[in-house]
Design a protein around this ligand. Structure first.
Ligand SMILES: C[S@@+](CC[C@H](N)C(=O)[O-])C[C@H]1O[C@@H](n2cnc3c(N)ncnc32)[C@H](O)[C@@H]1O
Length: 274
């Protein structure tokens, strides 16, 4: 069976798997390293000045809630995600934080948004583009629904670079490949972004690059590893025993202070031509 990116088919997953995704997205969304990368491009977009923001592939609403919490942001956010179940989680989490009036979450496909042209001051795709069948369709939809002169923010992992240190490097490389197959559809898409933005006729304003590496002990990567252990068998990328053995080994390395885990991340900020 060919492996499938579980994040691309979130409208078809069972409740257990969605629970794993929800826990992973929320843990990642609380981590200072992740919030730092998000904050840099939101600042670069001038998000606080936006009256209307669209967050596509919003998942549990991590980005929408982060924007709504910014003291200077007074606008309204629309979050759209393929998974009705993740949308329910986003609504519940938004309500629990008292942000429900500021954010409207609804289900939809970012490759064909049922939204009017030029409806938003700013639009965001945060770790979405690596998961969709047609990344260019998403970029063109973002360019369509943002107002002329409005800002587009695209952030994602360069998942072709994800890697974890293991006792046996050959098996380690095979597991890196299994992780890529299980959690992304387009592992190299962030390398294509300068051309893709030009093809969509939007102007690149800035980009930021990051190596999210942890050496010695796993912190950011720990919930990720725990999610990979469950997701790899669900995705058909490894057997349950292979995934558990790998996760136990890399987490043991963390306990012993000899962990290595890394992935590159990039953000791009672009502007729709006036
Ligand atoms: C890795 S998660 C990112 C979620 C959120 N942006 C975050 O960073 O916490 C990818 C999200 O994209 C959603 N997704 C996948 N394909 C989609 C599509 N075609 N249209 C809208 N959302 C999609 C998934 O349901 C999932 O919630």
């Amino acid at each position: 069976m060919a492996a499938v990116d579980v994040y691309r088919i979130t409208d078809q997953l069972d409740g257990d798997t969605l629970g794993v995704l929800e826990a992973r997205l929320e843990a990642r969304g609380r981590h200072p390293k992740f919030l730092h990368m998000m904050g840099e491009y939101l600042d670069g977009m001038g998000i606080d000045g936006a009256g209307t923001v669209l967050d596509v592939g919003c998942g549990t609403g991590v980005v929408a809630r982060t924007i709504a919490r910014r003291p200077a942001f007074k606008g309204h956010i629309t979050g759209i995600d393929l998974s009705p179940s993740l949308i329910h989680a986003a609504q519940r989490l938004g309500q629990a934080e008292g942000l429900a009036a500021r954010i409207d979450f609804r289900a939809g496909d970012s490759q064909g948004l049922k939204l009017p042209d030029a409806a938003f001051d700013a639009v965001i795709a945060h770790t979405l583009i690596s998961h969709v069948d047609n990344p260019q369709a998403v970029i063109e939809e973002l360019a369509r629904v943002v107002k002329p002169g409005g800002m587009i923010g695209i952030f994602d992992g360069d998942y072709a670079s994800i890697t974890f240190g293991t006792d046996d490097p050959v098996r380690g490389r095979a597991m890196d490949e299994a992780i890529i197959a299980a959690i992304v559809t387009n592992p190299r898409v962030m390398r294509e972004m300068p051309q893709r933005l030009r093809d969509a006729k939007v102007d690149l304003v800035s980009s930021c690059s990051y190596v999210l590496a942890e050496v010695g002990a796993a912190d950011f990567w720990k919930p990720g590893i725990q999610s990979f252990m469950k997701l790899l068998p669900k995705a058909g990328a490894a057997t349950e025993s292979e995934a558990v053995a790998w996760a136990e080994e890399v987490l043991r390395r963390s306990d012993r202070g000899v962990f290595f885990g890394a992935c590159n991340f990039y953000s791009y900020v672009a502007r729709r031509r006036s």
